[in-house]
Structures are given as structure tokens and as C-alpha cells.
Design a protein around this ligand. Structure first.
Ligand code: YXS
Length: 259
């Protein structure tokens, strides 16, 4: 792995973001490695996972890789966007994922941390949501992640001001589970993961999925809406679509290749 480190011990899987030269920016390449690690954990029946940066990191993650955002005219956070796929992978992972946070969390990395099942952070960790700063139209299911993990007023302050919010402030709001000093945070996180791993993995995985479904239970869930949009985009950008239009205007039978 070039961008992360992984380990499994005592049924606990650990993913360490290790791309400090780019401040753990969530590039497609890094996200691919995290998703592969989650699949490997699933295959080895991991019962709890910890997602962290390297010890003492000043930046947990700088958020979506800005140079991978479309320059304009295209949805920057559509269904197929790697960050969107990673959020879904975290939510679908059968065991609890604990975000262990030191340093600054930026942009889409805030949503990544909020999509985890629990958050343990050092007091000097900060969270800065940046769509408003970059003029990015955040996507509906991403906003639902913010809403489900925080409160409407805190989500709005994070999203509208774009200013870093302290872990201590978020812990007071019950959004961060525990504030732990840097020297103890690794042992504290492992102890919590160990306790989870002693419980029934089946009961926990079912409750995690039930809570995911219930928390997304909207008249039309933002995920479903975006999936529809994503499927539509696949069709109207396809060869078959333009072939169908051309055959119609040329009054001949279309030849469809399914691509
Ligand atoms: O110049 P080199 O090659 O050394 O690379 C620099 C930065 O370009 C790179 N880097 C990034 N590359 C891609 N995407 C990023 N988000 C990103 N952030 C940083 O990392 C190298 C070191 O950066 P540098 O010198 O700025 O480090 P620093 O320690 O002085 O400052 C760390 C940060 C995180 C405060 C600073 O890098 C920063 O402000 N980064 C951008 C944070 C941000 O605005 N993230 C939002 C990305 S957009 C997103 O997540 C969503 C789409 S949304 O906005 O909607 O939430």
C-alpha cells in the first residue's frame, strides 16, 4: 500500500492514513486502498476497525483531493465520486468503525469522520467543512451525514462558516464520543475496539445496518435520489443513447451494443 498502512490483531483492523506529503488528501488512489483494506477486513471477519492518521499528525486529512475535482460544469460529488463511494463503504462495513482523530480534519474528511460509527479525538483536533469556501455544491447524502452526526445548527455553522471547530466543542455537543490526550488515545481506542470485539458480531452488524437504514429513512432517501441521477447520467452519456437518436432521425433500425 502506498498511501495507507493496515494491520489486524485480536479481530481489530487498523487503517492508518500515511500520505502526509499531501496531508492525507482523499485522492482516488488513497480511497481505493482504504476500500480494499475494508474488504480484506470483511473477509477476515474483523469485529471492529480503527481509522486513523499517523501518530502526532498535524493534519488527519486535508479532504477531497482538490486537483481531482472537476474544473467546472460537472457534479463534483456525484454517485461515482471516490469520496461518495468510500462513505458508502464505511456505512456498509459490517463492524463498527472508530475514527481516531489527531490534527486537522478538512472538507470531505469531516464527512468521512462523521460517517464513522464513533469518534475519539485529541482535544486539539479541529474540523473544518469547506464547501462554502470552495463554492462546492455539497451533495444531498453528504449533507444528511452531517445532519445525522451533528445537529442542524452545528451542521450549518460548520458548513456556512467553513471555520475550524474544536473537538472539545463537538464533544460538548455529544458529536465526538471521547476526548483523549494524544499519549493515551491509541490505547483508549484499542480498548474500546477490544470491548466491541468481545460482543456478538452478528447482533452488532445487524444493529449497525438497521441504524443506517433508519437514519437514511427519508421519503426518498438522498442516496436513492443520487443513484437515480447517476444511472441517468450513465445512459445519456452512452454511445447507445446517441445511436438511438441518430437512427430515429435517419429513419433506420438502431444497432445497440449496450455501451
Ligand atoms: O505543493 P505540494 O505538492 O507540496 O502539496 C501540498 C498541497 O498542495 C497538498 N494538499 C492537497 N492536495 C490535494 N488536495 C487537498 N485537499 C490538499 N491539501 C493539501 O499537500 C501539500 C502540503 O500542503 P500545505 O503546504 O498546504 O500543508 P500545510 O501543512 O501548510 O497546510 C495543511 C492544510 C490542510 C491546512 C492545507 O493543505 C489546506 O488548507 N489544504 C486544503 C484543505 C481544504 O480546503 N480541503 C477541502 C478539499 S475539497 C473537499 O474536501 C470537498 C469537495 S468540500 O470542499 O466540498 O468539502
Amino acid at each position: 500500500m502506498a498511501f495507507i498502512q493496515t494491520s489486524i490483531a485480536e479481530h481489530i483492523g487498523t487503517i492508518t492514513l500515511a500520505y502526509q506529503s499531501k496531508r492525507n488528501a482523499l485522492s482516488e488512489a488513497l480511497i481505493t486502498e482504504v476500500s480494499e483494506a475494508l474488504r480484506a477486513f470483511q473477509a477476515q471477519s474483523v469485529r471492529a476497525a480503527i481509522l486513523r492518521a499517523e501518530p502526532g499528525a498535524k493534519v488527519w486529512s486535508a479532504g477531497h483531493s482538490v486537483d481531482e475535482l472537476p474544473k467546472g460544469g460537472h457534479d463534483p460529488l456525484g454517485w461515482q465520486d471516490p469520496l461518495r463511494m468510500l462513505i458508502r463503504d464505511i456505512e456498509a462495513f459490517s463492524a463498527p468503525v472508530i475514527a481516531m482523530v489527531e490534527g486537522g480534519v478538512w472538507g470531505g474528511a469531516c464527512e468521512l469522520v462523521f460517517a464513522c460509527d464513533m469518534i475519539i479525538a485529541t482535544p486539539n483536533a479541529t474540523f473544518a467543512a469547506t464547501p462554502a469556501k470552495l463554492g462546492v455544491p455539497y451533495n444531498a447524502s453528504g449533507l444528511l451525514t452531517f445532519l445525522n452526526a451533528t445537529t442542524p445548527h452545528i451542521a450549518k455553522e460548520l458548513l456556512f462558516t467553513g471555520q475550524p471547530m474544536s473537538a472539545a466543542r463537538l464533544e460538548r455537543q455529544g458529536i465526538i464520543n471521547h476526548l483523549v490526550e494524544a499519549e493515551q488515545i491509541e490505547a483508549f481506542s484499542r480498548d474500546m475496539a477490544r470491548g466491541i470485539a468481545l460482543n456478538s458480531p452478528l447482533a452488532i452488524s445487524v444493529m449497525k445496518e438497521q441504524l443506517r437504514i433508519l437514519s437514511a429513512a427519508q421519503p426518498l432517501s438522498p442516496n436513492d435520489f443520487e443513484r437515480i441521477q447517476g444511472l441517468r447520467r450513465v445512459v445519456y452519456s452512452s454511445r447507445d443513447y446517441s445511436e438511438g437518436i441518430r437512427a430515429f432521425t435517419e429513419k433506420r433500425k438502431p444497432v445497440y451494443l449496450g455501451e
